[in-house]
Design a protein around this ligand. Structure first.
Ligand SMILES: O=C([C@H](O)CO)[C@H](O)[C@H](O)COP(=O)(O)O
Length: 209
């Protein structure tokens, strides 16, 4: 069954932990979004893992270089997964994978900005990534004509473990699930909801239906 990941794009770790506290019964992976990491640093990762020792914590580092070093830093702070950019070189992904193996953790390759996401996903899995995020970031989502359907179609033909991020919500999660994803990532649909707990509950129910 696909896992549900909440992407927390808030800026204060106290707010992020408060949100995670509300939604955690329905969440498999708690993601500290890139703006949150930039705001709070490694100590934010440590605080989140200390608050939720039984949950998987993903640090959305979007590492672009020094893969092994940055992965070591985040795993040392308690992360279970970090993201590395698919747009970067194979050596950066391989370095991060080396660190993940040493720590017993996992690498997620983020295809944000990559032209051929499916091809890069297949390459990233061959390099040792645990799964690949087919991702349209917040700026791409804001472009005219954006549709999550592109990611859903790519997931269905990827043939490797993938997540989808970029507009997963109550209206799209069933199609996301049917595409065969390993993980569905929901950010604004949860942290921006009037009732985040209810939103997370409904998303989880649809994923499990
Ligand atoms: O990863 C993200 C972005 O790069 C900022 O960190 C978002 O969390 C991700 O795109 C989730 O998107 P929504 O579910 O559409 O909020």
């Amino acid at each position: 069954m696909a896992k549900l990941q909440v992407a927390i794009d808030l800026l204060r770790i106290e707010d992020a932990i408060a949100l995670a506290t509300k939604v955690s019964p329905y969440i498999d992976i708690i993601e500290l979004g890139t703006p949150l990491i930039k705001s709070e640093g490694l100590s934010g990762i440590r605080k989140m893992k200390d608050a939720f020792p039984d949950k998987l914590v993903l640090a959305d580092l979007k590492t672009a270089d020094a893969g092994e070093l940055e992965a070591d830093m985040a795993f040392g702070a308690g992360a279970d997964y970090i993201t590395v950019l698919g747009a970067t070189g194979d050596a950066t992904i391989a370095g991060a994978v080396k660190s993940a193996k040493a720590h017993g953790k996992g690498i997620v390759v983020d295809t944000i900005g990559v032209k051929d996401r499916v091809k890069r996903a297949q390459e990233a899995i061959a390099l040792g990534a645990e799964f690949v995020e087919l991702h349209a970031g917040l700026d791409e989502q804001a472009e005219e004509g954006y549709s999550i359907q592109v990611l859903i179609d790519e997931a269905a033909r990827a043939g490797v473990p993938v997540s989808i991020a970029g507009g997963v919500n109550l209206g799209s999660i069933t199609a996301v699930k049917q595409s065969g994803v390993t993980v569905a990532v929901a950010g604004a649909a949860i942290y921006g909801a009037e009732d985040p707990t209810q939103a997370a509950k409904e998303l989880k129910e649809l994923l499990e239906a």
